[in-house]
Design a protein around this ligand. Sequence first.
Ligand SMILES: [Zn+2]
Ligand SMILES: [Zn+2]
Ligand SMILES: [Zn+2]
Length: 153
Amino acid sequence: MPPKQPATAAESGASPWDEAAERIRASGFRWTPQRRTLVEVLRAREGHVTATELIACCRERDQTTTPSTVYRTLDLLEDLGLVKHGHGHDGHEEYHILPQQVHGHLYCVGCGATWEIRPETGAVIVEALASQLGFTVDLSHVTISGRCAGCHD
Ligand SMILES: [Zn+2]
Ligand SMILES: [Zn+2]
Ligand SMILES: [Zn+2]
């Protein structure tokens, strides 16, 4: 597949998005114009995106897109492993596009910045709660609020 845009790491070679339509049909769902629009929007981005942003981007391209269509399609894409949801500090849904490794997040109440918790730090949290309480932490749903180094008084 010849690159149509400047190559980035995500675009070198075949993309998992190439098979999205086929895999959605294989799961027994219809491949609709609205679903195609959402996949195109996701394909053009990387990292984290909120459901609200995705709905706005889809509606810019196709006014017939409703929030429920976007949410239902995101559920399908999550089943296929193409996105993974977590929650921001206020509970809103955030999606990881083509998720690599499950991770938690830090949120600074001072400046509003967010960071990913490094895998080795995440492992410490998971292991401590597993050994102390037998509790299995879902790191994808861990968001710790606090103040970053730049926002201390
Ligand atoms: Zn959730
Ligand atoms: Zn801060
Ligand atoms: Zn993340």
